[in-house]
Design a protein around this ligand. Structure first.
Ligand SMILES: [Zn+2]
Length: 146
């Protein structure tokens, strides 16, 4: 049994709506200290993903006015999705094959989290014991006296 997306995904995702201004999206990224926002429709389905790079390269780069430009103009859409139960290695293959950096994790049409290369890399760096615990195998770990 391999590691699942739900074991390594980021669950604390900051969201925004499509008709919000790019300037406000940038402020939100700064105040929340994130480089990526998930854009949600009013029914909570995912409309897209907006990254700091989208703003810098596409909005600022094209000399738009961030106070009149909307999130919907620069978000990446549609977003590739996986479920919390997807195997991490399968998700990594999607990232590689599609040449994208992030996947939205969706369950029952609702956002459950985000998965990036960084999340996967961080998980791979964890001690083996950590990974075993994630798979519910901690009872099999030897007892230590220290
Ligand atoms: Zn713009």
């Amino acid at each position: 049994m391999g590691l699942k997306v739900k074991d390594v995904m980021a669950e604390d995702v900051v969201t925004i709506v499509p008709n919000e201004l790019i300037a406000n999206a940038a402020h939100l990224m700064r105040s929340e200290n994130v480089g990526c926002l998930v854009v949600l429709e009013s029914d909570d389905t995912i409309a897209g993903i907006l990254t700091d790079r989208d703003i810098a390269i596409n909005c600022t780069g094209d000399a738009h006015d961030a106070k009149t430009c909307h999130v919907s103009a620069h978000m990446t859409s549609p977003v590739h999705t996986v479920t919390p139960e997807t195997e991490v290695l399968d998700a990594a293959r999607v990232l590689k094959n599609r040449r994208i950096r992030r996947l939205a994790v969706v369950q029952n049409n609702k956002m459950a989290g985000l998965l990036s290369y960084a999340d996967i890399a961080a998980a791979m760096r964890r001690p083996l014991a950590d990974l075993l615990e994630l798979e519910g195998m901690d009872a099999a770990r030897p007892q230590r006296d220290d």
